[in-house]
Design a protein around this ligand. Structure first.
Ligand SMILES: [Zn+2]
Length: 97
């Protein structure tokens, strides 16, 4: 296996998507090639950091139920959004400082 092929398969290896035979060929190349070994280590670090970030962002089990409950208690007509623009006087006074 050439480095270009090994590098193209790194994400698939990290994600466990290679066949057993292909994973063994990939691992054999990685074991013999410092450049690809470093690239695989980087990909594993990124995958781990991504997994941790997604864990943090996972909402509570009852999040969807609470959102639906809060929407159903709102008056008919839906939500109204207000965009507040700063007044011109506020802009000028901020720039004068
Ligand atoms: Zn290589």
């Amino acid at each position: 296996m050439r480095c270009m092929d090994a590098l193209n398969l790194i994400d698939a290896n990290v994600d466990g998507q290679l066949s057993e035979a292909m994973r063994q060929r990939h691992d054999a190349h990685i074991a013999a090639c410092a450049r690809c070994e470093a690239a695989l280590a980087d990909a594993r670090r990124v995958a781990e950091a991504t997994r941790k970030a997604l864990d943090i962002a996972t909402p509570a089990d009852d999040f969807a139920r609470r959102v639906v409950a809060s929407l159903s208690s709102r008056p008919a007509g839906g939500l109204r959004w207000r965009v507040r623009r700063p007044s011109l006087g506020g802009l000028f006074s901020a720039r004068m400082r």
